[in-house]
Design a protein around this ligand. Structure first.
Ligand code: GCU
Length: 329
């Protein structure tokens, strides 16, 4: 039987329309892969688990987040690359890791940036923090939520009470150009090492010390090798949950809303856990015979002044810095 031409055209258009709509529609069931470099005991991992539970509940079991902790899929840098290549949906990036992927994150790595925790919260969870989180679409990722990570200080086999004490010491840093410059200005030799490899690097003498917050120093057992935690509190660097823009665009508006809601919920959950773990880790450190050293921060602040001067030479960065400062008022 001969089918009239116009009928054939109609049938074709209907089929095309059908294909087009099914290609655009988000699949009913989705599984998102989230890989990161933290241990299960880390409060950010626990916040991710909470978020995964919430996503499952809110979606009636149709959305699943599968978490791969402990660098199973590689270091922070490697998981960020996987995400950009479309091989991974989500990861955790500290602002230090993210700086090499988009310079907008450099600001968070500036030492002595925040007056106190309240200032930090106003920036990170306020409009300027959100502006940064949403600004990196062209790099293939955006941040969905942010997490507090206390203050970072130096730890080594000996106390570090003044910049001169860093002389000749190889200090493990995250792969952040700003942090590298900071340690150099303070007088130490910065050595970038992925988080999961620091213990071995310390054990083998590849580095003499490192810098981190108290829970990370204790949980990673770096404390067993480096017993002096010298509280110069140079930086407060947030962690971020990062998602690939491709993945985000594949989600339906409802799925996206569920994920965003759960991610925001995990921020609040993590903040409560943070205070508890910080306190417990300090107690644990003391019971292990470790020493907290009180430090006069003034000489450390003075040493890093050129970092701020350089940073402010870029008009865009200077404008961002002004917004950070305004949040303190
Ligand atoms: C902290 C931070 C992590 C980061 C780690 C590091 O623990 O929360 O996101 O990976 O420091 O020093 O690499």
């Amino acid at each position: 039987m001969k089918i009239p031409a116009f009928t054939r055209t109609l049938a074709c258009s209907a089929l095309l329309a059908l294909f087009a709509s099914s290609a655009n529609a988000a699949p009913e069931k989705v599984t998102l892969k989230l890989a990161h470099n933290l241990e299960r005991s880390h409060v950010v991992h626990q916040a991710f688990e909470e978020m995964a539970k919430e996503v499952k509940t809110l979606s009636g079991g149709k959305m699943t987040i599968r978490i791969y902790p402990s660098s199973q899929m590689g270091s922070a840098r490697e998981t960020l690359e996987l995400l950009q290549n479309g091989a991974l949906d989500m990861t955790k990036g500290s602002a230090s890791d993210l700086e090499s992927f988009d310079n907008i994150y450099a600001i968070y790595n500036l030492p002595y940036l925040f007056r106190d925790q309240q200032h930090f919260n106003k920036v990170v969870f306020g409009p300027v923090g959100k502006e940064i989180m949403e600004s990196t679409k062209s790099k293939g990722f955006v941040a969905l939520s942010a997490y507090v990570a206390g203050t970072r200080s130096f730890y080594a086999k000996k106390p570090i009470t003044k910049p001169e004490d860093l002389k000749g010491l190889k200090i493990r840093v995250q792969a952040s150009p700003t942090t590298l410059k900071m340690v150099e200005l303070m007088g130490g030799s910065p050595t970038p090492v992925p988080f999961g490899e620091v213990y071995t690097a310390m054990q083998q003498g590849v580095v003499d010390g490192a810098e981190n917050n108290v829970p990370s120093w204790v949980q990673t057992r770096h404390i067993e090798i480096a017993k002096f935690f010298s509280e110069d509190e140079h930086t407060s660097i947030p962690d971020f949950l990062v998602i690939s823009t491709k993945t985000l665009e594949k989600l339906s508006p409802e799925q996206r809303e569920i994920l965003e809601k759960a991610a925001r919920g995990s921020e609040v959950y993590q903040q409560k856990l943070w205070e508890k773990i910080d306190h417990e880790s300090r107690e644990q450190a003391k019971s292990m015979g470790a020493t907290f050293v009180t430090v006069d921060k003034a000489p450390f602040r003075a040493a890093v002044k050129p970092l701020f001067d350089d940073f402010s030479k870029d008009p865009k960065q200077a404008e961002l810095l002004k917004k950070f400062e305004a949040a303190a008022e």
